[in-house]
Design a protein around this ligand. Structure first.
Ligand SMILES: [Zn+2]
Length: 713
């Protein structure tokens, strides 16, 4: 019933990792006369594209409030209906509910993440808890659930088409997983757990923020900063000044265990200090020590799962995912860990050789890794972004790369239009036409960085596809590329270009949605499935035909020299043993905490973390986990508990699916059509594993991912 915003996971592959993430929920406001609120009726522009010339910041809040009110009234009417429950009077009615809310939310999500301001942020803060309560009021509604259950029990006799049957199963599971089945007493207990967890999660986030800040490393002797660029040293001096430490240098901490500056700092003692500041940031026994908080969150996870009848939190949360069970995830990780750690050991030996060659006289430690890896990388690949960028002109990447690949594979064509209003002048709009020339949807893109835009890159819908609601997809991609000076071309990095393919992969998933019901329409799919189409689309960037078509010098039109192309390709497998092993460390920690049973849920954080890594076979001291438990925001407060594995899991899917293309002639219309028919257009209308198997001919195979990462030949 609700449009969902896609949280993009980091795009793994060719070059560096692309950080992509998303926020949700939005609103804006002040009082506004209802008569003039543009959200109160569907937009009359093409495919209900929003009329930004009519939308004021003050329109959002009243529209959101009214939207929730209307939806609650609609839901009550369904739940209180005296007629016996039918598919039409219950589930179809639910699918039709909340249209005003969806309309305003689609636009509000967009503007609050891509073009926000203090008044929009205020509305966001005020409305977020109300939105959460609005959702609970639906999925914990006992009367409504009883109707859904009655339909579910009769589903085989109702002669439903497969998509409708899937909708019945979807709702039954969703209510059940939300706890609608519980007694009133148990529901109250669950709400208490949820409330305590929400409080602790918020506290955890704030403690980590404070710990990051307090953990910044203060340097008093400039010599200790040897290796940093002038700009980095200046930034450190500015940081110190802001912290009232004039004349000193302050190195601030990033979220991850490894710190980007470690690759440049040539003073080993400084490296060690910075690393340890990061590693121990939230375990100092001070006000920012998170250990008690996370131990309690883990316990609450286990208690809530037990209340709902599940063995563990992971067991509960994975039911509606592609993996379906913690055992499947553990099996998957078990296949990756030996290959990743074996490669990491080879990389460690390479690095030790460099240290010995330079007569370092020490054994490689975690704080040395990136410093020496960077030297190995430069020596082996010598990839200079400034050499590459002239071949990646944004408009060419978009039209001759991203759109071109979609044309070759799916027959799509694109036409830019200037008549539709946009929320910011840099935003561009394209009509997207299907292979027969009919309109498939509308695509907005907003590529340049702005101060009022969230970091990362993401995709979502303004209007979601649904035949029931007579809606075609209106979708958007948002990125954060550096904006060129006026009149200059936008030359982007290889990583940026890959991000464009990635986000447009989500876009294709949305554009090809072909569902009756909005709830099941692509890209509304599980967390461990949704990044499959996007990561899959990245592969086409380096396809020889596509690459030759877009990667030409912006001034001369000359193709990129082959030596440079080869360097880009080779650099993709560099240091992948390390990168994968540290990510798997995060996966193992996440799964260990979230597979605890309620009887066993009280744990000592450090001991438990060390034992869990050991048990998983991740005991390389040079490769610490990407996040330790004590500052792992994904799992304790960002909704990725028992889900961090999804990053690697979808990589397995996209590499395996791409290997099908490689075995069957690559970039052809017929192959693209098959992928569209069997994956992209299906949304959540079938079991994820079945869809994948039907396309690939077998269950997901890990081998193509290992090959693509350079872990096996
Ligand atoms: Zn993504």
């Amino acid at each position: 019933m609700n449009l969902k915003k896609l949280s993009c996971l980091p795009a793994l592959a060719l070059l560096a990792v692309t950080g992509v993430s998303c926020k949700h929920l939005s609103t804006a406001g002040a009082d506004n006369g209802e008569a003039t609120n543009p959200f109160f009726e569907a937009s009359k522009l093409s495919l209900q594209a929003p009329d930004f010339t009519r939308i004021k910041d003050s329109d959002y809040q009243p529209a959101l409030e009214e939207g929730m009110k209307q939806q609650q009234a609609e839901i009550s009417k369904i739940a209180d209906n005296t007629e016996a429950p039918t598919f039409e009077n219950t589930l179809v009615a639910m699918e039709k509910s909340g249209q005003l809310l969806n309309r305003v939310n689609g636009v509000f999500n967009l503007v609050t993440s891509a073009n926000t301001n203090p008044s929009l942020q205020k509305v966001q803060e005020e409305e977020a808890p109300k939105m959460a309560a609005n959702n609970d009021a639906i999925f914990l509604n006992t009367k409504l659930f009883k109707r859904v259950q009655a339909i579910y029990q009769k589903r085989d006799e109702l002669k439903l088409d497969p998509e409708s049957k899937r909708l019945v199963e979807y709702y039954e599971q969703k209510f059940e997983l939300a706890g609608a089945n519980l007694s009133d007493g148990a529901k109250d207990t669950l709400k208490k757990y949820n409330q305590e967890e929400a409080g602790l999660s918020a506290k955890f986030t704030n403690m980590v923020l404070a710990a990051n800040k307090a953990g910044a490393l203060l340097i008093t002797d400039k010599a200790e900063l040897a290796g940093l660029s002038d700009a980095e040293i200046q930034a450190a001096a500015d940081n110190a000044k802001a912290a009232k430490q004039d004349g000193k240098w302050l190195l601030s901490l990033q979220n991850t265990t490894q710190q980007p500056l470690l690759q440049s700092l040539s003073n080993r003692a400084t490296r060690q200090k910075l690393f340890e500041a990061s590693y121990n940031r939230a375990e100092k026994g001070d006000a920012n020590d998170t250990r008690k908080t996370i131990a309690r969150i883990a316990e609450l996870h286990a208690l809530a799962a037990k209340l709902l009848g599940f063995k563990s939190y992971a067991d509960w949360k994975l039911r509606d995912q592609m993996a379906q069970s913690p055992e499947a995830v553990e099996q998957f990780l078990g296949k990756l860990i030996p290959a990743a750690t074996a490669k990491a050991k080879v990389e460690a030996a390479d690095i030790q050789a460099v240290i010995d060659q330079q007569k370092g006289g020490f054994k490689l430690a975690p704080w040395d890794w990136n410093y020496y890896a960077e030297q190995v990388r430069k020596a082996k690949y010598d990839l200079d972004e400034d050499q590459i960028k002239p071949y990646f002109e944004l408009d060419k990447v978009l039209k001759d790369g991203v759109f071109y690949a979609a044309n070759r594979l799916y027959g799509l064509t694109f036409k830019e239009r200037k008549d539709l209003p946009v929320y910011q002048p840099d935003v561009r709009v394209f009509d997207v036409f299907d292979k027969d020339g009919s309109q498939l949807g509308i695509f907005y893109c907003d590529y340049f960085k702005r101060d009022n835009k969230n970091g990362g890159a993401w995709m979502s819908n303004i209007v979601g596809q649904s035949k029931l609601l007579n809606q075609k997809p209106v979708i958007y991609n948002v990125c954060n590329f550096t904006k060129p000076a006026a009149g200059k071309p936008a030359l982007i990095s290889a990583d940026d270009a890959k991000t464009m393919f990635h986000e447009f992969g989500h876009g294709l998933h949305g554009l090809f949605a072909n569902q009756q019901y909005p709830t099941l329409a692509s890209p509304n799919t599980a967390r461990d499935y949704v990044e499959f189409p996007s990561q899959f689309n990245e592969h086409w960037m380096m396809d020889p035909k596509v690459f030759a078509h877009f990667a030409v010098h912006y001034q001369t039109g000359a193709p990129m020299p082959q030596a440079l192309v080869d360097k880009i390709k080779k650099a993709g497998t560099f240091n992948q043993g390390y990168a994968l092993t540290e990510a798997l460390g995060g996966d193992a920690i996440d799964m260990a905490w979230n597979t605890l049973g309620a009887d066993n849920a009280k744990q000592d954080v450090d001991k438990f973390e060390a034992t869990s890594l050991q048990k998983a076979g991740l005991n390389l001291s040079e490769v610490p986990p990407r996040y330790r438990s004590s500052y792992f925001l994904h799992i304790w407060s960002n909704g990725y508990a028992a889900g961090y594995y999804a990053y690697a899991w979808t990589e397995m899917l996209d590499d395996d699916a791409f290997s099908w293309f490689q075995e069957n002639g690559g970039l052809t219309r017929a192959n693209g059509q098959r992928f569209r028919d069997m994956i992209l257009s299906k949304g959540n209308t079938e079991n994820y594993g079945d869809m994948f198997k039907a396309f690939r001919g077998h269950n997901p195979d890990i081998k193509p991912m290992l090959v693509s990462r350079g872990l096996v030949k």
